[in-house]
Design a protein around this ligand. Structure first.
Ligand SMILES: *[C@@H]1O[C@H](CO)[C@@H](O)[C@H](O)[C@H]1NC(C)=O
Ligand SMILES: *[C@@H]1O[C@H](CO)[C@@H](O)[C@H](O)[C@H]1NC(C)=O
Ligand SMILES: *[C@@H]1O[C@H](CO)[C@@H](O)[C@H](O)[C@H]1NC(C)=O
Ligand SMILES: *[C@@H]1O[C@H](CO)[C@@H](O)[C@H](O)[C@H]1NC(C)=O
Ligand SMILES: *[C@@H]1O[C@H](CO)[C@@H](O)[C@H](O)[C@H]1NC(C)=O
Ligand SMILES: *[C@@H]1O[C@H](CO)[C@@H](O)[C@H](O)[C@H]1NC(C)=O
Ligand SMILES: *[C@@H]1O[C@H](CO)[C@@H](O)[C@H](O)[C@H]1NC(C)=O
Ligand SMILES: *[C@@H]1O[C@H](CO)[C@@H](O)[C@H](O)[C@H]1NC(C)=O
Ligand SMILES: CC(=O)N[C@H]1CO[C@H](CO)[C@@H](O)[C@@H]1O
Length: 708
């Protein structure tokens, strides 16, 4: 999107005020450009800021996993420079190759001023564009942004392995995040089967934006393949498949101020309904009778239930991977008889029923046939419907890029889901778009068709909600995304973790996911309690189920998932002991609702993520920038979950404040302090700020649910 359009639509443009903005320093050897004293570019003839070139790339797709082979045929650094315009608010530099003088580029830096809710802000726009008589031959560009050695980088969408992205490169290409991830046994087995192992950077929601500890953020509205490269010590490099690149840089004096700018610039979110905050969404399946049986078990045990989640409401098929949903998004009344009446009955308990859908339709199903006949499915380069192999069956993909098809799908989902009284669903997938899939929207190239798909898919879901008039009442949760997707999603979820404690693909990764997404402008997320993917001989243990449930209490939505192999997994109903312990945890979640609701409101309004890194509030403490296994939940709760097998204590950093243990009657601890805290099952290290205005609520939780 064009920045000025954005500024005009969302904010009032100011007449350019007189402040000192851009400054250029130059010598015979090079130049630098700074904004209010903060360096942006540092160029020398021998180490140019800009390289342009050409190449080609293959993207081989198997089940949403991509093998990407990059072939760079030319890459020419543009060393010679001339600063041709130099004012406070506009700088233009022309760069020229020393060896090929007809190869040039311009870099423009301009300051756009705006105001939001009475406060002024500036955005520095950096535009780099190649100039060449045969411009079509230039399709690769590398731009270096000044960096400091000690600088930390966060965001990049939903990253799972490393919270601080510094020292590594991050391809921006939506895909499966991988089973196992890295080079452990699980990933190796996944690789041998379907190239599905994944690595530290593979994610459903890569985002072309980042958040620097130098208190600036960069947003890049470009859906071509890109690599955010943070490996070098003195620069960051953006590599893009394009002859031009635009970065929008926003600055602030505090991390807390900056995260709010990210939110406003990336797009504010539709509201998260209140009803999801008070108890658990129970993932159940296998028909009406089975689902109601477990619901009643839960109810009798005192579980606070906000909703049932019936992902196989449309039917199922059995594949080698496990029990799979039948991808035809309509109520299957033979499999779920009387579900319409169940919706009414459960409403009297204050319990809702939620379902499932994705942008694909199984070949041969009624919706597939309807979509195919009306031209709503994506095609291959020969004009045939593109059938993707989903492991055990084939499916078509709705052309969400093409407005008439997107509208058709939104209307269908709205009728089939909301029309039957289901106020929510998992809106799965969004990452599988093969490079050879063709949309009827001809404005997008093949890479954009792939990378923008999650945003277009999110918009379909929002349209479906709006068509039903249910904004603020309905929820859909998504895993795929890109810059701009947050503005069309009510809630994210962390995708398919393994049912284990691994740091590469287990429960611990969901904290990194929440924190990195939060600094990318998406403040509401949650995860499958106990994980999803079971790859034999892996099984979900009671310990994993309960440890992740006790951590999920401190996320907006506690939702269980039976997993792809329900029988191999410990479930909330697998033992009476689990059921009792789980019930207690859902009661704590329900009890916290007034607190959660207050901060959900703040997140919607301001964009301060619900799960937040410590440094947003304790910026001056270096430890607050280094934690990736603890977080603040709202302003007043500090959560340090148990994330490792057999662990019964947690090393916790408490920043400068007075902290009271939520589950133990002890004196307040004065931070900053690093402590080892005992963590018996059911009592994870969670602290509240003594000065919190919710202290009474917290004390009531200690009284009722604290250690005996
Ligand atoms: C990359 O180049 C090599 C030869 O230089 C070639 O074998 C390979 O097919 C190319 N890959 C792509 C994606 O074009
Ligand atoms: C990609 O480039 C390589 C060499 O740079 C060339 O051998 C190959 O044929 C090209 N592939 C395509 C698909 O253009
Ligand atoms: C706008 O500013 C006012 C006063 O500073 C504040 O009360 C209000 O919450 C702000 N609204 C938003 C949307 O930021
Ligand atoms: C997995 O495969 C990688 C690459 O082949 C290898 O380096 C690694 O040792 C393997 N891991 C295990 C646990 O076997
Ligand atoms: C990232 O930059 C490093 C040098 O700092 C380079 O070795 C690496 O190839 C780059 N990664 C990509 C994907 O271009
Ligand atoms: C949780 O369950 C209890 C007991 O049924 C009920 O009183 C309470 O209202 C529930 N809380 C919420 C937030 O639904
Ligand atoms: C309903 O679900 C059952 C079980 O998966 C399946 O056999 C049947 O084909 C489905 N019916 C419809 C209309 O989708
Ligand atoms: C739970 O306890 C009841 C009786 O208290 C018993 O009938 C039932 O079998 C137990 N369930 C499990 C899963 O152990
Ligand atoms: C936008 C702008 O100010 N462009 C100017 C840059 O400098 C050249 C020559 O110095 C002018 O011709 C442009 O008008």
């Amino acid at each position: 999107m064009n920045l000025f359009v954005l500024l005009l639509s969302a904010f009032a443009l100011l007449a350019a005020p007189c402040r000192s903005y851009l400054t250029v320093l130059q010598s015979d050897e090079g130049f630098s450009v700074a904004y209010q004293g903060r360096l942006i570019l540092e160029h020398t003839i021998s180490a140019p800021v800009l390289t342009v070139g050409s190449g080609n790339t293959s993207f081989e797709q198997i089940s949403g996993n991509f093998a990407i082979e990059e072939n760079v045929s030319t890459a020419i650094g543009l060393g010679s420079f001339a600063v041709v315009n130099e004012s406070d608010t506009f700088v233009q530099i022309v760069l020229t190759s020393n060896t090929a003088p007809d190869l040039q580029a311009t870099i423009n830096l301009l300051v756009a001023s705006g105001a939001s809710n009475g406060s002024e802000f500036d955005t520095v726009i950096v535009q780099a564009a190649a100039i060449h008589p045969l411009l079509e031959k230039i399709n690769r560009l590398w731009l270096k942004i000044y960096a400091e050695k000690s600088e930390k980088i966060f965001g990049g969408g939903e990253q799972y392995t490393y919270f601080n992205l510094r020292g590594r490169d991050y391809p921006i290409w939506t895909r499966e995040q991988g089973v196992g991830r890295g080079d452990g046994v699980v990933a190796n087995v996944s690789n041998s089967v379907a190239d599905a192992g994944g690595s530290y950077h593979t994610t459903y929601w890569p985002q072309s934006s980042f958040f620097s500890s130098r208190l600036y953020t960069a947003l890049i509205w470009n859906n071509n393949y890109m690599v955010l490269n943070f490996t070098a010590t003195d620069y960051h490099e953006v590599f893009v498949h394009s002859a031009s690149l635009t970065l929008e840089l926003d600055y602030d004096n505090t991390a807390l101020g900056l995260v709010q700018k990210v939110y406003k610039r990336a797009g504010t979110q539709p509201p998260l309904p209140d009803w999801v905050l008070g108890g658990a969404i129970l993932g159940l399946e296998d028909g009406t009778e089975e689902a109601l049986y477990y619901y009643n078990l839960a109810k009798e045990a005192g579980v606070n239930v906000s909703a049932l989640w019936l992902q196989d409401w449309s039917g199922y098929i059995q594949t080698a991977f496990g029990h799979r949903v039948y991808w035809n998004w309509a109520w299957n009344s033979t499999f779920y008889p009387g579900l319409d009446e169940v919706v009414q009955e459960l409403a009297t308990d204050g319990v809702r029923v939620t379902v499932y859908c994705n942008p694909h339709l199984i070949q041969g199903s009624p919706m597939f046939e309807e979509a195919a006949a009306a031209g709503h499915l994506m095609r291959d380069r020969d004009g045939q419907i593109f059938l993707l192999d989903f492991g055990g069956f084939y499916g078509g993909t709705v052309d969400v890029h093409y407005t008439p098809s997107a509208n058709w799908y939104a209307a269908r989902l709205s009728t089939n889901i909301f029309g039957l009284g289901f106020p929510g669903y998992m809106a799965d997938f969004g990452e599988y778009t093969d490079i050879n899939m063709v949309s009827r929207n001809t404005e997008l190239n093949a890479e954009e068709t792939h990378n923008y798909f999650p945003v277009a898919w999110a918009k379909v879901n929002r349209l479906a909600v709006q068509a039903a008039g249910l904004e603020g009442e309905a929820v859909y949760w998504m895993r795929s995304g890109a810059l701009g997707a947050g503005a069309a999603q009510t809630l994210a979820w962390a995708g398919d973790q393994d049912v284990d404690f691994s740091t590469t693909d287990g429960v611990a990764t969901t904290i990194v996911a929440a924190l990195s997404l939060g600094l990318s402008g998406m403040g509401f997320t949650h995860f499958d309690i106990g994980g999803y993917t079971t790859q034999p001989p892996m099984v979900r243990t009671q310990e994993l189920f309960l440890r992740s449930a006790e951590y999920a209490v401190f996320t907006p939505v506690m939702r269980t998932h039976l997993g792809n192999k329900p029988d191999a997994n410990h479930q909330f109903y697998s033992s009476n002991d689990t059921l009792t312990q789980f019930a207690r945890l859902t009661q704590i979640h329900a009890r916290l609702k007034p607190y959660t609701a207050a901060f959900v409101k703040e997140t919607s309004l301001l964009g301060i993520p619900l799960q937040r890194p410590l440094f947003l509030h304790y910026e001056s403490e270096s430890q607050a920038w280094n934690t990736q296994e603890e977080y603040l939940y709202g302003r007043d709760l500090l959560v340090a979950p148990v994330l490792h097998r057999g662990q019964d204590s947690v090393d916790v950093y408490l920043p400068r404040d007075e902290w009271v243990h939520l589950f133990a009657v002890t004196a307040a601890i004065v931070g900053p302090a690093s402590l080892t805290i005992d963590a018996p099952m059911g009592y994870p290290p969670v602290f509240y700020r003594r000065d919190s205005e919710f202290a009474d609520l917290f004390r009531s939780i200690t009284d009722e649910f604290g250690l005996p």
